[in-house]
Design a binder for this molecule. Structure first.
Ligand code: UDP
Length: 384
């Protein structure tokens, strides 16, 4: 097989995994990234003085049920045992998240056992909602008004800049509700934190003789013809110079502060009340419980609408945006020799494990297309 010349735009997980897979099959891969570092928003680095590993673009916890993805990430770095246990401060009290038996008992000042708690929460649920569509309906139906208003309503308005009535139920479905004392934030079989940070993992994925990485390099449409195929993980709307308008994103601002000792005693403390402007505080050293640090580095996290020069984080995918998205997809579907990948290329809220799974699948799909001479799809997932 003749080796192909491939361009990968973006050195986050999507781009790095595709680059590696194709390089291993003997193709020449150039990876470019407009930033001065690899790993995209998963980027982590040690703060020089304290040596605490900082999640520069906010907390990233690796969790998955996918055996293949778990094996993949472990191949490129040592994953240390880590369980995310989030706390929330509401009405001058600290509660356990996701909502579990402890949260329910503390909140309602009860001593329910699991069956009693289930009955209690069922009695609080809004029965008239049979098929919840919005975030608010989902919350009212499954946890009831009191828990919704305490933990979700204001936090969500701060996080998404809009009322939970305008947001899809899928956002809330990310969080479990448990009727036992399990306060693990995730339900997945595997969870862990890279011993040397995410940047080291992405670096080792990209470390192959057939992969050339260029940082501080923006994609120039004119260079497209120099390659047999382009994998593009930048924003889909930016590729078309925002011809139909800008797809909405939320961006984050982090206010860093240091503390001598332990600031909050856990990695993530959510602030669910409306009068506190930030959504959460991250104390980074708690992401590495196997390390010892006297000093602490914390980030207060503020969410706001993403402007032209801001870093996009969360795709909003509101109804109006879905129409615009549909126009971009139709335009993209006419392309050949390009595949749009990842969170920004497909405008979807993706966890890291899904990103890796999709990238592995995309690479496999490309390699198959070379053998069969079928056209490589512009999207390898359902993006609508
Ligand atoms: N959420 C909330 N209160 C909380 C935590 C989460 O209202 O204390 C809502 C919020 O809308 C958030 C969604 O649940 O966007 C999903 O939470 P997750 O922790 O998965 O958000 P992420 O870590 O991806 O920002």
């Amino acid at each position: 097989m003749m080796s192909k010349n491939i361009l990968v735009v973006g050195a986050g997980f999507s781009g790095a995994v595709i680059a590696r897979e194709l390089a291993e099959s003997g193709h020449n891969v150039e990876v470019i990234d407009s930033r001065n570092h690899i790993a995209g928003n998963c980027y982590s680095e040690r703060e020089h003085v304290s040596q605490v590993m900082i999640h520069t673009y906010g907390p990233h916890i690796f969790h998955t049920d996918n055996e293949k993805v778990w094996a993949y990430i472990n191949k490129y770095g040592n994953m240390m045992p880590y369980t995310n246990r989030v706390k929330a401060t509401v009405n001058n009290k600290v509660f356990s998240l996701p909502i579990n038996l402890h949260t329910i008992n503390q909140f309602f000042e009860k001593t329910c056992n699991p069956d009693e708690a289930k009955k209690l929460i069922e009695s609080k649920g809004e029965k008239s909602i049979s098929a919840p569509v919005t975030f608010e309906e989902q919350a009212l139906r499954f946890v009831g008004k009191e828990l919704y208003e305490a933990f979700f309503k204001s936090y969500t308005i701060k996080q998404w800049g809009m009322h939970p009535k305008e947001l899809p139920a899928s956002i809330l479905k990310r969080l479990p509700v448990r009727f036992n004392y399990d306060d693990n934030y995730f339900n997945h079989k595997y969870q862990g934190m890279p011993e040397n940070g995410y940047t080291a993992i992405v670096e080792s994925i990209l470390d192959h003789k057939n992969v050339k990485v260029s940082l501080n390099t923006s994609f120039d449409l004119k260079t497209r013809e120099n390659y047999d195929h382009v994998f593009y993980s930048g924003p889909l709307d930016a590729f078309y110079e925002h011809e139909f308008g800008r797809l909405g994103y939320r961006t984050l601002d982090f206010e860093e502060f240091t503390y001598e000792g332990d600031y909050q005693g856990c990695a993530v403390m959510n602030y669910c009340e409306p009068d506190i402007p930030y959504t959460r505080i991250t104390e980074h050293k708690y992401f590495a419980p196997w390390e010892k640090h006297e000093k602490s580095i914390c980030y207060k996290e503020y969410s706001r609408s993403c402007g032209e020069n801001d870093i996009p984080y969360y795709p909003i995918r509101q109804v109006g945006e879905m129409d615009m998205l549909s126009k971009y997809i139709s335009l993209a579907e006419k392309e050949s020799k390009i595949t749009f990948i990842g969170r920004l290329g497909t405008y979807r809220y993706l966890d890291m494990d899904v990103t890796i799974a999709e990238a592995l699948n995309t690479a496999e799909c490309y390699l198959k297309s070379l053998k069969s001479e079928d056209k490589m799809p512009v999207f390898t997932v359902d993006v609508r």
